[in-house]
Design a protein around this ligand. Sequence first.
Ligand code: SF4
Ligand code: SF4
Length: 89
Amino acid sequence: MEIYEIKILRERCKDCGNCLELCPQSKATETPPVFLEDDGVVRVGNPASCIGCFTCVEFCRASAVRVLPAEGFPLLPDIFVSRPTSRIF
Ligand code: SF4
Ligand code: SF4
C-alpha cells in the first residue's frame, strides 16, 4: 500500500544520487522508493517502501524530489510545518 507519493522533477534533477544514498530504505529493501537506473538516471522505484522520512526532500540540493501523502491519506500537519518544500508538487 502506498502511503506516500514520490515525484522526481526531471527538469531539476541532476542525477547526483544523494536522495537514494541517504534514503534509509535503499539498503533495507530490494525495491527501494528511488533507485539509479542502468542509464544513470535516478527514478522513482517502489513508493510503497517509502516511510515518509523526507530525508530525500531535505537533502536534495536541486529541490527536485517531492514526497506527499498518497491519495486518500490525510495531509500530515508536520509535513507543512517542517518541510515546506514538500508542498510544491
Ligand atoms: S538528490 Fe535531487 S538532484 Fe540528486 S538525484 Fe535525487 S532528486 Fe535528483
Ligand atoms: S521520504 Fe525517506 S523513505 Fe521516502 S524516498 Fe525519501 S528518503 Fe526514502
